[in-house]
Design a protein around this ligand. Structure first.
Ligand code: HEM
Length: 114
């Protein structure tokens, strides 16, 4: 998935380290993709009301997608966690990988802090 990281990091400006989930900052800067989040912050978003997950070091907000996920609520089992392996090894996903990769890109809100 090196191409993924390369794409992500070259496409965006310098990430705003320290601007960790500040709603007031989002209001000012609509480019929420600039943010970097701690693992602890991602872990808090573990419900259907706010479901985030980590995929290849990126933070993905899948909240808007949960209702249309063809695999139903199984996606929520990974809300708030690193779903990289689960997504890649889910057999049903293998047929829709291009769609899934695009979805993941569109729903990316930032990267996870080391
Ligand atoms: C951004 C897009 C998607 C994400 C983030 C996502 C995420 C997930 C996750 C985390 C799981 C649980 C995997 C596990 O239990 O190991 C899952 C299961 C599943 N997904 Fe997706 N998925 C996406 C798109 C899709 C699409 C397009 C399909 C349709 C082909 C699909 C069909 C399924 C099915 C059938 C399951 C298994 C449900 C079950 O075990 O009951 N998903 N998905």
């Amino acid at each position: 998935m090196d191409w993924c990281r390369r794409y992500f990091f070259t496409r965006r400006a310098t990430p705003q380290v320290g601007a960790v989930d500040m709603p007031e900052a989002r209001a000012v800067n609509e480019d929420v993709k600039m943010f970097r989040y701690s693992y602890a912050e991602v872990a808090r978003h573990n419900t259907a009301d706010s479901a985030w997950m980590i995929v290849d070091g990126r933070v993905i907000d899948v909240t808007s997608y949960v209702g249309s996920h063809p695999g139903g609520d199984a996606i929520l089992n990974y809300a708030g966690t690193d779903a990289t392996i689960a997504i890649r090894t889910q057999t049903s996903h293998h047929f829709s990988m291009p769609f899934i990769e695009k979805k993941l890109k569109d729903l990316t809100i930032g990267t996870v802090l080391p």
